[in-house]
Design a protein around this ligand. Structure first.
Ligand SMILES: [Zn+2]
Length: 395
């Protein structure tokens, strides 16, 4: 029965896959922490598949870019089509009508963020209304552990549907780290596509700026290329599989990179400015050699560009660049990349603590060394040592 539903879901996904609707440019303005929203579209208060939180309705925090609203509508509709019989999905805050700060959140400023209650089931596996319960490490509700737990199949399905949406490309799926662990364990045990699981391990995260997220999921979508061509700032990772946005960046990279080799320092500088201001992450490898440019301004701008372009996607390259940079520059690059570099960040943190990294040598100001050591310690507390790294403590 379950297999039949899954096959039906795949067929449905193929039948409904279509080109994205054109989205209006100039909606999401700036960065999700500090920007605003233009040409807002209201997400409906209810549908047969969802209900928005009363505080979201009271505060009128239900506006988004047209592509976020279509993405969300598409997700809730396909969830009830592919897994019928569930409770209405609880949708929380999107953005205010003109964007800007909303209560209790650092982001949600530009119409690309949405909060969702985790989907809940009873102890006997019946769907339950998806209030904003918080959940413990065993997946049970903190408030009523005997009655409610995470509905892992449906919460995973929300992720899967968002990853396959043709309306927008998912940038973050923010959940508590232990909830990520439970969801991924469930997906592996239930034969989900290994490539999708690998992507989940990257897209599901708790960024440094976010609260614990033990009671809701926070999803953010990338800018569309049209919106980015205006003033939308992705402000974070553009995953290689987010092909629309990634290829728009690649196009701009190809256009700009030749100028980095220009004999004229002003042309090199201008190219670096473009790469930084447009967030052209794929250009990091092209920028690294300019850390040793003959021109001092170009060197400084190359350093700024690398710091600005450091995301979960580029952090490893930036960390590698730090090994060849001058101690002072290395310190800055490591500070930017360490928290975002995954296992490689953990290995680098180890090297920092052991004094084996150029970012903590004598030439680096004491203040910077202390800062990096603090970052490294914090990272090692929250991350296990990756398997292929030498471990200093036996057992
Ligand atoms: Zn949120």
């Amino acid at each position: 029965m379950f297999i039949a539903i899954e096959i039906a879901a795949v067929v449905l996904a193929i039948l409904t896959a279509q080109d994205p609707q054109p989205s209006q440019p100039g909606q999401s303005i700036g960065h999700p922490y500090s920007g605003r929203l233009k040409r807002p579209v209201a997400f409906p208060a209810t549908s047969p598949h969802h209900i928005t939180q009363s505080s979201t309705r009271r505060g009128r925090i239900y506006f988004g870019t047209d592509y976020l609203v279509r993405f969300l509508s598409d997700t809730v509709r396909r969830l009830s089509e592919t897994m019928p019989g569930g409770a209405a999905l609880s949708v929380g805050n999107l953005s205010l009508e003109s964007g800007g700060n909303i209560p209790m959140s650092r982001s949600h400023n530009t119409g690309r963020d949405v909060d969702l209650g985790y989907i809940v089931e009873t102890a006997s596996g019946e769907p339950a209304p998806s209030y904003y319960h918080s959940f413990r490490k065993d997946g049970r509700s903190t408030e009523a552990p005997k009655r409610f737990r995470l509905d892992l199949a449906r919460n995973w399905a929300v992720f899967e549907l968002m990853m396959s949406s043709s309306e927008a490309e998912l940038q973050y799926f923010i959940v508590a780290p232990y909830i990520e662990t439970i969801l991924i364990k469930w997906a592996k045990a239930n034969g989900k596509d290994p490539e999708l699981i690998r992507r989940a391990e990257q897209v599901m995260m708790l960024p440094a700026w976010a609260k614990l997220h033990d009671n809701h999921i926070h999803a953010r979508v990338l800018c569309t290329p049209e919106d980015w061509a205006e003033k939308c700032d992705n402000g974070g990772p553009v995953w290689p599989w987010a092909t629309r946005m990634a290829s728009a960046l690649e196009d701009l990279r190809r256009e700009v990179v030749p100028a980095l080799a220009s004999a004229d320092p002003a042309a090199r500088l201008a190219a670096l400015h473009t790469i930084t201001s447009r967030g052209v992450g794929p250009a990091v490898t092209d920028v690294v050699p300019l850390l040793t440019d003959a021109d001092e301004k170009v060197r400084a701008e190359a350093e700024n560009a690398l710091v600005a372009l450091t995301t979960e996607v580029t952090a490893q390259t930036v960390l590698e660049a730090a090994f060849t940079a001058s101690p002072k520059v290395a310190a800055r690059l490591v500070a930017a990349a360490l928290p975002l570099a995954g296992d490689n960040g953990v290995r680098t943190a180890r090297a920092v603590i052991d004094g084996r990294h150029p970012a903590v040598t004598e030439g680096v100001p004491k203040k910077d060394r202390e800062k990096i050591t603090r970052f490294a310690n914090r990272l090692l507390v929250s991350h296990p040592i990756p398997p292929d790294a030498p471990s200093s403590s036996p057992g």
